[in-house]
Design a protein around this ligand. Structure first.
Ligand code: ZN
Length: 70
C-alpha cells in the first residue's frame, strides 16, 4: 500500500509510523506561517533558529517552542 496522505512528512517514509508523521505535519503547518508576538500580538515573528524568535514589529527577541510560538 503506497497511499500517502501525510503531506509534507511523506519524505520521511514509512519507518517512523503514521502518528509521528502526522505530528510532524501539524508542526510544519504552524511553522510555515508567521507567528504571533507575545508582546505586541502582531503576526510579525520570524524564527531565527531553533527556539529563537524575533518580532519585526517591536524588535523583541525571545525564546519559545522550537518550531512554533505558543
Ligand atoms: Zn512584537
Amino acid at each position: 500500500m503506497a497511499t500517502r496522505k501525510v503531506g509534507s512528512a511523506g519524505r520521511f517514509g514509512v519507518r517512523y509510523g503514521k502518528t509521528i508523521r502526522q505530528r510532524i505535519v501539524d508542526v510544519e503547518k504552524k511553522q510555515r506561517k508567521l507567528q504571533k508576538c507575545p508582546y505586541c500580538h502582531r503576526l510579525m515573528v520570524k524564527r531565527i533558529s531553533l527556539g529563537i524568535w524575533e518580532c519585526k514589529k517591536c524588535d523583541s527577541k525571545f525564546t519559545n517552542r522550537a518550531y512554533f510560538v505558543e
